[in-house]
Each structure stands twice: as C-alpha cells, then as structure tokens.
Design a protein around this ligand. Structure first.
Ligand code: HSE
Length: 401
C-alpha cells in the first residue's frame, strides 16, 4: 500500500521514522508492505532519507496508487480542503489534526462514509494514548456518563515544572517549546484552546452527538502563579488544566479550566508531558487512560496505527462518528457547581459559612479561601462582594473526587 504524508514537521517526520525503521514495512501487522510514496511540504529537506517530497498537493491527489494519506499539517486550511478532496477521490485519511476534527469532523466523517473510505484521528487526542478507538469500539457496550482529564502535554509540563521545580511560567514554557511539545503558536496550548478541541472530540464521540468546541467555556493557565501553587500545596492539592464533559438527560456540560485536584485523585499524579483521561461508564465504572500526550514518536505511533487499520479495512468505512449537534444540547456551564479557591489581598477578615481560610507565613498581605460549592452566578456574586474590600488575585475551581 502506497501512502502520502501531508506535513513533515514533528509528527510527519515521526511517521517517516516509524515506517522506515520497520524491517518488513509493517507487513506483519497490516498484511501489506506500507510504502511512503509522496510527502507534501513547502519546505526543503535536502538531508532527509526520503526523496519523494513535493510541494504540489495534486501530486498526491492524482496518484492513483496512493490509497491512504496522513494529514499531519495542523490548522483548518488548507487541511480541510485537501482532506475533503482526498476522501472524495476514494482515499482514506488519517489525521492528528484536532483543530480540523473539532471543527469539520461531522462533515468529513460523512464524506468518508459516502465514499467507502475511512477518516481516522486516533492521534488527535492524547498523542500516543489509544483513547479514540476505545470510545467508539471497546467501551461501546456502556452508556458513558463522564469523560475528563489532562489533555495537553505542554501545559501539564509547564504546571509540573512550576509545582516540582519552582520554575516561572515563562521558563517552563520555553522548556516545553525546546522539547517540541508546544504548538507553533503556544497560545493554543496555554490558553486552553488545544484542550478545548480535544474535549469537544471526546465528548462528541463518548456521548454520540457533536459538541462544538467554540461553545465550550475555556480558560487556560496563563494566570496561574507560584503563589497559587503554594496555596494548593497547603490544602494537599495540585493545579492541573482539565477538559471535562459530562452527560445529563437533556444534554451535556463541558468546560476547560485549571482545577485544584486533591493529591489522592489519580489524575493529580500525572506529571510532565503525560496525559491522563478518565472515562466513566454505567457498566464499566471508572477507566483511566495514561501515556505520552505529545511528542514526535508517540503521536506518530497513533497515526501509524490508524494507517494499519485503514489498510486492513480497504474498500470499507470504519464506523467511527457522531450525530449532528442540536441547539441547546451543550448546556449552560454556569449551572454546574464547584467549590472555588479565591486568593485576595489584605487580611483574612471574611466570614462566610462553610468557607475555609488559608494563610501562608511567607505571604503576609494576602490570603485565600475555599468556598462551599457554588454555581457560576453565586460565585460571581461572592466575588463582587469580596471586591468591596479586597483585590482578587486569583480564582481556581476545585475538583473533589
Ligand atoms: N501541543 C499539544 C500538547 C500537542 O502539548 O499536548 C499534542 O496535541
């Protein structure tokens, strides 16, 4: 089977490495020798072991021998137009592109179905962790109720460096970029957009109806400080960026935000570039997925397993998918209740029933409180109240279980 690769960056070069290093061209695992026929990239790679680079998309589209294409370019355009044309031309497409899947996945899956080919995206969430396939296949006997976790390696690396090494946010981000974890533009990682897209993909698959990532309330980690880390430590917790989705009778709640997790929570121990995803189902209870969520070879290994799957299912569509979304299906995230950590200036004079006050000896002119569980409106009212006498220095939700 001849394949094409679109994009020869961190993931594309990893795919090349895995296939080139397989002594039998993955024949034992897929039933056919897999051969890279064309690689599309606008850059030149004179020192690469591969000599099949092209700058023309049509060279891949019009090559009738190419049956599967790995789209690892990222971004929505031109990836969207290219993917659509390839599927319509009867080629399967495998992708690591969460932005494209989150935005146009419903349509691309439909086009794949109509053309008896597959659109697969195991690498779009959790890097090398197999999570997409279990959601549509292994766990399909279950009515799934919750899916949540640490879905971004860059931010988890940054937070871990802040917690364990006392590094500043900026120094830790630089380290993540040097290691090739961060997106080209780190805004997508640190502002939570990458986690948001992955949350939308997981929620769409787990609950069977499309969730639009653009409607998910999203907050990143840029406001998290070493002081927040110290208060969290004082109450036996750690700060993690979570993507969360839960199913209700009449729709789903979804949210991306930094959260304080008690150290007993299995997700609290997931450090560095690792991701962890918790799935709850009615029959199965809790299932946790853990592994490398970013980086060249882990992500490429997920893409290559999709290529193998597509080889095995030539001429048929792998039935991965979800229904179109309906207005109101994504419920108002403000209805959900959380306990909040609120850090503020001044002396600890606040008295609200059930509120715990925390002071740290090294931070004399400020303090923090942990509130009882509040919905979004009650939390906003409390903050307005506190602002009368204090400057609010930070707020983070607590996730109890
Ligand atoms: N920038 C992403 C991350 C890459 O850090 O998790 C994998 O999607």
């Amino acid at each position: 089977m001849k394949i094409g690769i679109m994009g020869f960056g961190v993931v594309g070069s990893g795919i090349g490495e895995i296939i080139a290093n397989s002594p039998d061209g993955l024949e034992k695992r897929s039933g056919e020798v897999i051969e890279i026929a064309k690689i599309l990239d606008l850059r030149d790679f004179p020192d690469s072991q591969f000599k099949c680079f092209t700058k023309e998309f049509n060279d891949i589209l019009e090559d009738e021998e190419i049956g599967i294409v790995a789209e690892v370019m990222g971004g929505t355009e031109p990836a969207y137009t290219f993917t659509k044309k390839l599927l319509m031309a009867g080629k399967s497409v495998v992708s690591s592109n969460k932005e494209l899947v989150a935005k146009h996945g419903t349509e691309l899956l439909q086009i794949a179905k109509e053309n008896n080919v597959s659109y697969l995206f195991e690498a779009s969430v959790g890097g090398g962790i197999p999570i997409i396939r279990p959601l549509y296949s292994s766990l399909s006997a279950n009515e799934l109720t919750d899916v949540y976790g640490i879905l971004n390696g860059t931010t988890n690396y940054i937070l871990t460096q802040m917690i364990k090494e006392g590094e500043s946010f900026e120094a830790a981000l630089k380290g993540a970029q040097e290691k090739g974890y961060a997106e080209k533009d780190p805004t997508a990682d640190v502002e939570g957009h990458d986690t948001c897209r992955k949350t939308a993909i997981l929620a769409s698959l787990a609950f069977g109806t499309y969730v639009n990532s653009e409607e998910i309330q999203t907050e990143g980690i840029t406001k998290i400080t070493l002081e927040d880390v110290a208060y969290a430590e004082e109450i036996g917790g750690v700060i993690k960026l979570l993507g969360m989705a839960s199913k209700e009778d009449d729709g789903v709640y979804a949210r991306v935000c930094p959260a304080i997790l008690k150290k007993e929570n299995p997700l609290a121990g997931i450090d560095g570039v690792f991701n962890g995803i918790m799935v709850k189902g009615e029959g199965i209870g809790d299932v946790m997925f853990y592994g490398r969520g970013a980086g060249s070879l882990p992500t490429a290994s997920a893409v290559v397993s999709d290529i193998i799957d597509a080889v095995k299912h030539q001429g048929s569509h792998i039935g991965l998918g979800w229904k179109e979304g309906v207005p109101g299906y994504l419920k108002d995230a403000g209805e959900q209740e959380f306990a909040f950590y609120i850090r503020m200036s001044g002396q600890p004079d606040v008295k609200v029933e059930g509120m715990r006050v925390i002071t740290l000896p090294e931070l004399a002119d400020e303090f923090a409180v942990i509130t009882p569980k509040l919905n979004g409106k009650a939390a906003a009212d409390l903050l307005d109240d506190l602002k009368q006498n204090h400057e609010i220095l930070g707020t983070i939700r607590l996730v109890a279980e």
